[in-house]
Write a protein that binds this ligand. Structure first.
Ligand code: AMP
Length: 566
């Protein structure tokens, strides 16, 4: 098929101004003009949406017509509704048979899968569609019961879906609609082989929608191989920050300890209502969270080592305002639809410049005022250049009273490794001094306490404590422990490889693999996608472990979100 037959549709609006984009830059099309039925229109109205976002305006009509779609869009653009609304419409006639779901949505993380399930609840409230969520950390038997009753919409992470498939609990031969969401993130997390394996288990006659923020060659290969004449809908990624976000850069002399003191000062001085504090390393998430709590802040952490139930509980509390400060890693927080926040703090300058835009886009939404403050020591400077290049301007320097700035000489702008020894910045006495004696003396106690608390806990539940987690308990719980260059180096090196389910849990898969799955699939007529944005290969991200952990504990009844119980 000629490329010209399928032009890229451009829907221009800045991806990072999430709510702004949604509230102010909607398309001219109305929901009523899209061919959606009355029950769906009424659900959309109840959700409070007045107009479709650009991705919705472009994708929904094509999906309703049965076309394959490549959506180049980030979270925050309204992309979830762009595929869930037409899916509900398409599935509104017909019934699911036992163990044979009629549609499948693949998500890279449990949280995103759960979030999509919540969206289905909202948009599908006037339909009687059944839905199952197959994610790690939820008991197999509950999921199997649901599958046995027949589900219209199956939302899954790839690993858990394959586990069910290999147990013979789910058959994929009835899937009419497939959505692969956040495909580039699947790639980052090493899930593409699983995704490809799943696609090969599906009927060839189906509708496929693939969403990705970028289109690396590996994803393009997938779209070429497994999609039929896809229509590409692109929401331009524009590297600008929301006008409503006040940005500031606080340079801090010293290391982790000084940064923590500076952060506390900033939080106290800036009238924070609720905020996310982003860390580059999940080891630091745990340490910082504890430190903040020690100093009386209402803080909780969100990182990949936490059990699923704890992650969901923390998020729910943050959403409800019970927790004011959420200390999080990028991977744990990415894509989550967290309500408007007064502040975002970058405890570290993000290693990937685009993460800066994602992070600060969490505040200043819907035209409201937001604040995004970034702390930078000399270790962070090497990442600052990339961020400022992406922004096209420097982040305005700020100072927190009482916190000596590392200055802004050109020498300071060089990475620590480049700094000649004789230009070593003197460590700030006042900031060092603000690490209270209480915190110092508390640290060993806390370390012992958290060891006592965490270790028996894990053992009593008969779980495999991931090596990374146990390392963290040994080395990272005390703020002081991660002060040393070695500690911070080792945390960088030991930042987890995407810890998939323990291999032994997956071992049987190969031997039980149904013969059919191995047979080479009669490849659909490969069609060149009309994607024009073939992004350059990205540096591999350090993986957090939003992995599908089959060995994780099941949700307790009390903790199970309502939508999982339906
Ligand atoms: P998503 O990109 O799917 O994660 O959506 C981001 C946020 O936009 C979610 O909070 C949605 O509820 C919201 N949203 C989606 N579509 C619309 C719309 N047409 N108008 C207003 N808000 C929307």
């Amino acid at each position: 098929m000629e490329l010209l037959d399928f032009p890229v549709l451009h829907a221009h609006f800045p991806l990072n101004t999430r709510q702004c984009a949604i509230s102010t830059q909607t398309s001219n099309m109305k929901f009523e003009e899209m061919g959606l039925s009355d029950p769906l229109l009424s659900a959309i109205e109840s959700a409070g949406y007045e107009n479709p976002t650009p991705i919705q305006a472009e994708a929904i009509p094509h999906l309703l017509m049965g076309r394959d779609i490549i959506g180049i869009a980030q979270t925050g653009t309204g992309k979830t509704a762009s595929f869930t609304l037409p899916m509900i419409e398409i599935l509104s006639t017909g019934r699911a048979r036992a163990r044979m779901p009629r549609s499948l949505i693949l998500e890279p993380t449990r949280e995103l899968a759960a979030q999509v399930a919540e969206n289905f609840e909202v948009y599908g409230k006037n339909h009687k569609l059944s839905m199952a969520l197959l994610i790690g950390g939820v008991s197999f038997s509950d999921q199997e019961d649901k599958l046995d009753r027949g589900v219209d919409v199956l939302i899954a992470t790839p690993g858990r879906l394959l586990d069910h498939f290999e147990r013979g609990k789910v058959l994929l031969a009835d899937i009419r609609v497939l959505v692969v969401d956040e495909a580039d993130r699947m790639l980052d997390m090493g899930f593409i082989p699983d995704v490809e394996r799943i696609i090969k288990l599906l009927p060839q006659i189906r509708q496929t929608a693939m969403f990705s923020a970028t289109m690396p060659s590996e994803i393009k290969r997938l779209t070429d191989a497994y999609m039929m004449n896809p229509r590409t809908v692109q929401v331009d990624a524009q590297a600008s920050a929301a006008q409503t976000v006040t940005q500031g850069l606080l340079r801090v002399s010293g290391g982790f300890k000084e940064k923590r003191a500076a952060l506390r000062k900033l939080i106290r001085d800036s009238g924070v209502r609720n905020a996310i504090v982003f860390c580059n390393r999940k080891r630091d998430v745990a340490t910082l969270e504890k430190s903040l709590r020690t100093h009386g802040f209402n803080a909780a952490g969100l990182h990949g080592d936490m059990h699923q139930s704890a992650r969901m509980e923390t998020l729910a509390k943050f959403r409800d305002g019970e927790i004011e400060l959420l200390v999080a890693s990028d991977v744990a927080a990415r894509g989550l639809d967290i309500p408007n926040m007064s502040h975002v703090f970058n405890f570290d300058v993000p290693m990937h410049a685009e993460d800066y835009i994602h992070r600060i886009g969490r505040t200043g939404r819907a035209g409201k005022e937001g604040h995004a403050y970034t702390l930078a020591t000399r270790d962070d400077v090497k990442f600052l250049g990339g961020v400022e290049r992406l922004l096209g301007k420097p982040i305005p320097p700020i100072s927190a009273s009482g916190i000596p700035s590392a200055g802004e000489t050109s020498a300071d702008n060089r990475p620590a490794a480049d700094q000649p020894d004789d230009q070593e910045q003197p460590k700030s006495q006042s900031v060092k001094g603000s690490e209270t004696a209480e915190e110092k003396s508390e640290a060993p106690r806390r370390r012992r306490r958290s060891r006592r608390k965490a270790a028996p806990d894990a053992q009593s539940q008969g779980e495999d404590v991931p090596q990374e987690a146990s390392e963290q308990l040994d080395a990272g719980d005390s703020p002081e422990a991660s002060e040393s260059p070695e500690a911070s180096k080792s945390s960088e090196v030991s930042e987890p490889q995407e810890a998939r389910e323990p291999r032994n849990a997956r071992a049987p898969r190969k031997s039980r693999e149904p013969r059919k799955a191995r047979e080479p699939r009669e490849v659909r007529q490969p069609v060149r996608s009309d994607t024009s944005r073939d992004a350059p290969a990205r540096a591999p991200r350090i993986r957090d472990d939003d992995h599908d952990d089959a060995s994780g504990p099941a949700f307790g009844n009390d903790e199970t979100p309502a939508f999982l119980l339906r």
